[in-house]
Design a binder for this molecule. Structure first.
Ligand SMILES: NC(=O)c1ccc[n+]([C@@H]2O[C@H](COP(=O)([O-])OP(=O)(O)OC[C@H]3O[C@@H](n4cnc5c(N)ncnc54)[C@H](OP(=O)(O)O)[C@@H]3O)[C@@H](O)[C@H]2O)c1
Length: 256
């Protein structure tokens, strides 16, 4: 039996690249996103590799349970969960639609938490000796500071990092890896969808391929927090010494 990785948001960007890397390393795939056509394209590109597609809008109530039920109906179990699906919204907090921000919280936080809770027991029980098992959560360098003009997005990523680091401690006696990938600006559809493609953030991006590679290798090595790129590492390190009011000012500057 082969290990299986379930990857959310595998229809584009970082998630799609992570899916390719897990496939290349011998994991069967279960891929989740709304764009069924893009997931089908990925499956075709991966040729004969076993890929199960679950089209699902993760902002819907009960979405995680629905994904879990479909996996069980197919008689599958997973070895790795990659919670990558997510999106951002750029704008003044009170001017952005509350509904849209609630949707973002359901994808970035609720679905991630619920999928982790539902699948953790079988990940713990998975018996693969030399193959890494666990959860790879995609947060952001945004997790380390407050983010004016993307306030809810930054806060959602701080939640992802905090939850993941707490789980590392809870699971330290097991061989389950919990890693958090914290990318900085990355060349994907993210900024266009977030209405943030006019900001200074897009000036210095890394490729989705490089970011995914860093996340994949970090997970395989059992790293707790993975920050791809020297510039991003430096920024995260420096943020530990800055007063949070100054970090917020800097984030406000680059988000404009
Ligand atoms: N790009 C960056 O600069 C950057 C930096 C730090 C962190 N990140 C994080 O990296 C992750 C991946 O983003 P990306 O940069 O690769 O952007 P992307 O190309 O826009 O990909 C986002 C993925 O999430 C999925 N998704 C979004 N809303 C969804 C929903 N309601 N239900 C199910 N799936 C949904 C999308 O699939 P469908 O649209 O097909 O549903 C897509 O596959 C996100 O968590 C993001 O916050 C990105």
């Amino acid at each position: 039996m082969k290990p299986t990785a379930l990857i959310t948001g595998a229809s584009s960007g970082i998630g799609e690249e992570l899916a390719r890397l897990f496939a290349k390393s011998g994991y069967n795939l279960i891929v989740v996103a709304r764009s069924e056509n893009k997931l089908n394209q990925l499956k075709e590109q991966l040729d004969e590799h076993p890929v199960t597609i679950i089209p699902q809008d993760l902002s819907e109530h009960g979405a995680a349970e629905s994904v879990y039920r479909k996996v069980k109906e197919l008689g599958l179990s997973i070895t790795v969960l990659v919670n990558n699906a997510g999106f951002g919204l750029n704008g003044q907090f009170e001017e952005l639609s509350l509904l849209h921000q609630q949707k973002m919280l359901r994808v970035n936080i609720n679905a991630l938490t619920e999928l982790t809770h539902l699948f953790l027991p079988e990940i713990k029980a998975a018996r693969f000796r030399s193959i890494p098992k666990g959860v790879l959560n995609v947060a952001s360098t945004a997790a380390f500071q407050p983010g004016p003009k993307m306030a809810v997005y930054y806060a959602s990523k701080a939640y992802v990092l905090s939850l993941s680091e707490a789980l590392v401690e809870e699971l330290k006696e097991t061989n389950v890896t919990i890693s958090t990938l914290c990318p900085g600006a990355t060349e994907t559809n993210f900024f266009r969808k977030a209405h943030a493609d006019h900001t200074k953030l897009v000036k210095n991006t890394m490729s989705a391929e490089t970011v995914a590679k860093s996340g994949f290798l970090g997970f395989v090595k059992g790293k707790r927090v993975i920050v791809p790129g020297v510039k991003n590492k430096g920024m995260v390190y420096a943020s530990k010494f800055f007063p949070r009011s100054l970090s917020a000012k800097l984030a406000h500057y680059v988000d404009s």
